[in-house]
Design a protein around this ligand. Structure first.
Ligand code: GLU
Length: 329
């Protein structure tokens, strides 16, 4: 899909170097284990919808996905319960509030699947009749297929740290149980446990780029050719990522970068250029809204050089390069 892949990689190298110069931001410490990470680390990987891959920097270092598990959990809930049932319990509006706020929409639902409350409800719908270990195995197996055959592992230290400092998530859970937000029969403590485990999955940027590429490719993994998720579920997920994926920066990100993305407090940012590629940046320093500083920098550079903003297609023959059709732009 990229006409000159080596040339494109050279452009990615310079975007990586330019973004490395960004040294602002702070590592998240509210989950103590996250604070132990070397803040200078920086990895970047892409995977195209026809399976070309590129990776640079700390691309072999593992990190935990944190909120980047939310698109996955939403997809898995859609697979199991269907769109109508999922959205009986979870809204699809940006919340306008922090990701872990105790607020709900006028129907008493979490605002969307990308905030903590929505992420917890999505977990409640994943294999609810099974044991917690079976539920996690099922999640890992689906991740494996989305990531082109490499499964994440559970980072036990992050999981423990996450669970020990999760008063807010417990509060959200109890509140939702009290007001009848969780599906009938959902076990709250098991649901929270699955949520904590999902946040603590350990990945690298290459895996996450393949995950994002599976979404860019409508649910079919580009490196294995396997259909993992139905195309209409992917459409739903990309819509939610577009409007709600970047914390309280989601509107600005949709305006100025214009691609579906999700970030997490570990400094992970995964993004999708539909029909072209998926990519992941990981660098732990976060800005005041919780997004990776270097992650945002890579996104901005990519979209200022290439016509990847969703609505660049409407701007006519802009100054930007179209890497699919070099010479047009
Ligand atoms: N596990 C984190 C929490 O629930 C997720 C935070 C995030 O990455 O947004 O607080």
């Amino acid at each position: 899909v990229i006409a000159d892949f080596p040339g494109f990689c050279t452009a990615l190298d310079s975007i990586f170097e330019a973004s490395r110069a960004e040294i602002g931001g702070e590592v998240a410490t509210y989950i103590p284990e996250l604070g132990h990470v070397d803040p200078d680390q920086f990895g970047f990987a892409i995977c195209t919808i026809d399976g070309d891959q590129y990776a640079v920097g700390d691309h072999e270092t593992s990190f935990c996905v944190q909120s980047c598990c939310k698109p996955a959990n939403y997809l898995f809930a859609l697979q199991e319960a269907g769109e109508q049932e999922v959205h009986r319990h979870i809204g699809r509006e940006p919340s306008g509030k922090g990701f872990n706020e105790l607020t709900f929409d006028e129907l008493g639902r979490p605002h969307n699947p990308m905030v903590n409350a929505g992420g917890i409800v999505a977990c409640s719908m994943i294999q609810p009749q099974k044991t917690i270990d079976e539920r996690l195995d099922s999640v890992l197996e689906r991740w494996r297929r989305l990531c082109g055959g490499t499964a994440p592992t559970l980072d036990e230290a992050v999981y423990r740290s996450e669970k020990e400092t999760a008063d807010r998530n417990f509060a959200l859970g109890y509140l939702m149980r009290e007001q009848g937000t969780l599906p009938d029969g959902a076990d709250l403590l098991e649901t929270l446990d699955l949520y904590f485990r999902c946040c603590s999955l350990s990945v690298d940027v290459k895996m996450m780029a393949r995950f994002a590429a599976s979404l860019a490719n409508g649910g079919e993994c580009p490196t294995t050719g396997e259909r993992v998720i139905a195309a209409d579920s992917v459409r739903a997920c990309l819509s939610m990522m577009s409007s709600c994926g970047m914390y309280d920066f989601s509107g600005e990100f949709a305006f100025s970068v214009g691609i579906p993305a999700k970030s997490g407090v570990s400094g992970c940012l995964m993004a999708v250029v539909p029909n072209v590629m998926g990519f992941c940046v990981w660098s732990p320093r976060l800005d005041s809204l919780g997004n990776s500083v270097r992650g945002l920098s890579v996104c901005r550079h990519l979209v200022s050089r290439f016509n990847f903003h969703t609505f660049d297609s409407l701007v006519g023959r802009s100054e930007k390069e179209d890497p699919r059709f070099p010479g047009i732009g």
